[in-house]
Design a protein around this ligand. Sequence first.
Ligand code: UD1
Length: 353
Amino acid sequence: MTSPTIHLVCAARPNFMKIAPLYHALKNETWCVPEIVHTGQHYDYQMSQAFFDDFGLPPAHHYLGVGSGTHAEQTAKTMLAYEALCLAKGNPDLIIVVGDVNATMACSIVGKKLHLKVAHLEAGLRSFDRTMPEEINRIVTDVISDYHWTPSEDANENLLKEGISKEKISFVGNIMIDTYCMMRPKIFAAESYKQFGFRSKQYAVLTLHRPNNVDNATNIREIMNALQQVDMSFIFPVHPRTKKKLDELSVLPSNIQTTEPLSYIDFMSLVENSAYIITDSGGIQEETTYLGIPCFTLRTTTERPITVTMGSNQLVTVDNILEKLRSPKHGSVPPLWDGKTAGRMIPLIKDLI
Ligand code: UD1
């Protein structure tokens, strides 16, 4: 008898660090065969393969080559390609989707329409802002998934309020912290800030890629104008989406040095040695909370409120960022953000299949 197959679905940069610890934990088990399904939403070397290299992942067992497009195009292409894969290669015994990107929703819909078991890792996070595409992906994925693995107690509460039954929810902890712990010796050794001519804690990191901040010329101009007034040198790894806009407008102040998107090790080394970080990312709010590095999030909401209530994160706007930068927070580490999440998931997964 062949062992049950588990699909680990990934698509875009923030997904790779969520499947890596799980893949490494599952590949050592004799009772299942984990297979990586990469939908191809992110495809540039630095947005995709660099993470497979850093994490020691094998090439994806299935690569769907979906690429860029509007939300409907990307979601529809992912559904078509994933359904075709399941039909051609035989249905997996469990589909694990992670995070909140378009593929998370697309593959969970395909799985459920094929009557397959679907589990959502990082379930229950809510920004309560339905203008964010990720919020729609989170809600749809959670409403149809069979199993919900959450990173924090607030996520459990959100799911219960939405009518998900208690037995389907497991508070497993934050898988991103497993990745950080797995990579810590290499991150510590990298000292990437030296490549950019900085000294430890004498610079800050900037990342921006949310449509609300970067697609609109006025908003990105206002952000750059505000940061120009800060007495700090910034290193800014530029997401392809943001690069398009920055190339159109000449708005970069002289205290911001840009670079291409970085590998996980280089980026986390920069974060770990920085004075603080300004971002609109979801995952970076968690990583900085774990590291106790002050994080200023240029958004009006966060789906990760524990990073604000317990951690080092503060939500800021262009109007108050200069004032907020004067009061950095260091915070503390939330429960079960301990590098052992994948280990807690193995018996749960074994029970399911
Ligand atoms: C996606 C996710 C977002 C996540 C982010 C991390 C959704 C709805 N959004 O947003 O949640 O925080 O990834 O990066 O799934 N591009 C390239 N090369 C690439 C990938 C993208 O040049 O490898 C360019 C394309 O021109 C594309 C644009 O970047 O149109 C945006 O990419 P897309 O995948 O649509 O969304 P992200 O903004 O990356």
